[in-house]
Write a protein that binds this ligand. Sequence first.
Ligand SMILES: [Zn+2]
Length: 370
Amino acid sequence: MAQLRVTSKALPEHNRQHNRSLLLQTLFHDGPMSRADLARESGLTRVSVSDLVNELASEGLISELGTRTGAHVGKPAQLIGLNENAYHVVSLDLSADDRFVGAIVGLGGEIVHRAEVPLENAKGDDAVSKAVGLARDLVKRSTVRLLGIGVGTPGIVDQDGVVLSAPNLDWTGLDLAEVFRTEFGVPVHVGNDANAAALAIHTFHDPGQSFMLVAIEHGVGAGLIIGGVLVEGEHSTAGEIGHLVVDESGERCVCGRDGCLEQAIAVPHLRARLRAAGDAQREKVLADAGHSLGLALAPIIAALGLDDVVLAGPRDLVEGTFLDAALDTVRSRTLSAVGDGARMTIADDSHDLVLLGTAVFVLAAELGVS
Ligand SMILES: [Zn+2]
């Protein structure tokens, strides 16, 4: 969360780093512009902008893109833009239950190349080997310098990139960041898959400064961005909503509780229930599942004063009845001042969110861009 108390003095190098990031961030989100526009947008003096632009250009991060042909009289302005192929990021999405997916991503977030490897039920060290092998293939294919490697994994991941617990992959206390750093010798940033998806929404869709991303796949997870900050929690468990109990008389869950949210809405469980119920009961099953999600979300939305929830999951399940039921439940269980403003939308590119978000882990840490 945003710092409330100042605890250390600001040093000149912090200012410079901050302003570098500010310029990169401005070009990343607003596209190419002149030095004068960059000064206006950033609030920096033209002298500071010129100085930083020279530094960033010498590193190849930005480049001159020619002059703008406009209506202005006088000397045409040189446009400066982010050099999207100055570096590549290698991104890995380890969230699917049957494969690991990877990509080479440019600095602007465009996917340059994709690859995947079947998981074949690999767990433990075998699963680590598959992830490293996939990264090795992508690193070989990249034709420019590597800014770093980003990894989005299911489970609980601490700030150092240690996977504290990922039961599906049989990983406990695994320092995944160190494994990749040793292998590739580049900066490595590892985080939870739902947090990655939330960062992708924050960076590429810009839904506002506060929202919750709910990923409904093999499991159920959430990523929270509040006031423009990714909330990770005291023990890196923020967003672990999959095992909230929503129905005490529900089915037994792998975690030992009865009626967890995952039992109610995770894709394999929901599809199984739809198959068993048949077409006539389809809408009822989807409405019940949406209601379960609403039960879990209502207190979170009320506690945080959130307006926006973004759902990522198979459209044929989450669109329509499911989403409507979830939103109705949130509204019926909260004060109108809380629930009336609530909005629930579906992410368009949900299958790429983790890949793009893990690239943002790297962009944010190395360049201050997100
Ligand atoms: Zn559970």
